[in-house]
Design a binder for this molecule. Structure first.
Ligand SMILES: *Cc1c(COP(=O)(O)O)cnc(C)c1O
Length: 470
């Protein structure tokens, strides 16, 4: 510390009081129900008093924080007191979002949880995994589910595998516990899975894979984008780190790209410094994230906070509709197979039924109630050409590479989100060319089913025409 350490010490003491007040706010909110947390986060009356009385979290679009004097600046920049400094590192609005995310993902978890908001889901996946790849050594490997988002597949396979020489050990069937266990050795850095996965909706047993990871002193990371904390909270099931694309179901409006890394404290790992193990999200935020620079815009953070407030109710409604749409597709003559965690025909359905519950659902329904999210996928009879024909017929369901929206959206992953990984990669990730991924929105399910039925009818209509012209 500089020769002005007395002045700095004053700010350090001020900082301690600020940190204690924040810990108190967090402790108060941890006693509240999920909806209350989603609506208020840690923004309370005291915070409002410091913000012109605003009852809504203010959007601080400023790039930087002014300091009272050089002592204040030194204390803040040395991370000796809570401060936001510069919006690439931290920002008050982003802070409100991070605290809310930590409370929601940590709901019901008996321990401390911290969150880091990022500019996108992909930057969250990168920021969660890259710190474990420091000190490269020969044979360094990662054990990851092949049933994952296309961008994640490319990050691991190309950026880590091809460009940096990491041995990427794909788990072909994430339900197969032996596959996870057999791929681990002394040079493994982490285990990573996505459940339910995008776009195949594959299920994995988080509890069982976490036990395998921990037995080898390794962390388990879960991409929980599709489930959201309203339906599954992987930290409660033993996972160490959760990543999200908050762009998706967490928000729903489609106004902001964003992501999050949410971790419990004292994760299981033999990699990295003590600070990384003790509070992974904070370690990443203060060091690697600061240097890599994938901070979320405060405006996007504000959009995200605003959408999060209704998360539980939204997931309840759209899950309900999705079940109806999935059942309707399952009984359709032109559909080969429907992937939806709520269907009994889905591999791993019993695990999904064990882990996917509407949070606080008993308060609404008198009993705990399964909810399976609003992403499903179906294979059209007749292959890729037939799938494209059906896809081109949608009149209300949007054709876009997006999901989580309050508007129904469909894509053909083989020609969009999972195009870059090639035939071999798509085979590995279980993405057939006749697969249509459907995000069921908030429209009335009858209208969604009508659009699907009308689109699927194109296959019969065509065969009638070709018959008559033969
Ligand atoms: C979309 C998505 C991502 C990437 O998120 P972006 O916000 O688009 O960067 C990661 N994981 C899953 C499961 C996704 O659906």
């Amino acid at each position: 510390m500089s020769e002005c350490s007395e002045g700095v010490a004053e700010y350090v003491a001020k900082g301690e009081a600020m940190a204690a007040a924040a810990a108190n706010r967090r402790a108060v909110m941890r006693t509240k129900k999920f909806d209350t947390i989603a609506v208020h986060g840690i923004y309370d009356m005291e915070a409002a008093a410091a913000n012109q009385g605003s009852i809504i979290e203010p959007g601080y679009l400023s790039s930087a924080e002014h300091f009272e004097n050089s002592d204040h600046m030194e204390a803040a920049l040395a991370y000796l007191m809570p401060a936001w400094v510069y919006s690439r590192i931290a920002n008050p609005t982003v802070h409100y979002l991070e605290e809310t995310l930590a409370l929601l993902e940590g709901y019901g978890f008996d321990g401390e949880v911290s969150a880091l908001a990022t500019s996108s889901g992909m930057s969250a996946v990168f920021m969660a995994t890259n710190p474990f790849l420091e000190d490269p050594e020969p044979g360094m490997n990662i054990v990851v589910s092949a049933r994952c988002y296309g961008g994640t597949f490319m990050l691991f396979g190309q950026r880590y595998g091809v460009e940096r020489g990491v041995d990427v050990r794909w788990v072909r069937d994430p339900l197969d516990l032996n596959e996870w266990a057999d791929k681990i050795d002394g040079n493994t850095r982490f285990l990573y899975g996505e459940t339910p996965s995008n776009p195949s909706l594959s299920i994995m047993d988080i509890e069982a894979v976490a036990a395998i990871a921990h037995a080898a002193d390794l962390p388990l990371m879960i991409d929980s984008t599709v489930a959201t904390p309203a339906l599954t909270r992987p930290l409660n099931l033993g996972a160490d780190i959760v990543v999200h694309s908050t762009t998706k179901s967490m928000t729903s409006s489609g106004f902001a790209i964003g992501g999050a890394v949410i971790a419990k404290h004292n994760i299981t790992t033999h990699i990295g410094p003590d600070a990384m193990r003790e509070n992974f999200a904070m370690y990443v935020k203060l060091l690697p994230f600061r240097d890599h620079g994938p901070g979320i815009s405060p405006f996007n953070a504000l959009m995200t906070i605003s959408d999060l407030r209704t998360l539980r109710h939204r997931m309840d409604t759209v899950s309900n509709s999705s079940m109806k749409v999935a059942r309707s597709l399952e009984s359709h003559d032109s559909v080969d197979r429907v992937a939806y965690p709520g269907l009994e025909s889905m591999p791993g359905h019993e695990i999904a039924a064990r882990n996917m519950w509407l949070v606080d659902g008993a308060d609404d329904y008198g009993t705990d109630i399964n909810r399976f999210g609003h992403l499903l996928a179906f294979e059209v009879k007749g292959g890729a050409v037939a799938a494209r024909k059906v896809f081109d017929q949608f009149e209300m369901i949007w054709r876009a590479t997006d999901l989580g929206r309050i508007k129904s959206v469909a894509t053909i992953p083989a020609i969009s989100t999972h195009q870059q990984q090639g035939d071999e990669g798509r085979d590995l990730a279980a993405v057939p060319s006749n697969l249509i991924r459907l995000n069921v929105g908030g429209e009335h399910p009858d209208d969604i089913i009508a659009d699907l039925d009308r689109a699927l009818a194109v296959l019969n209509a065509r065969s009638v025409v070709s018959h008559s012209s033969a």
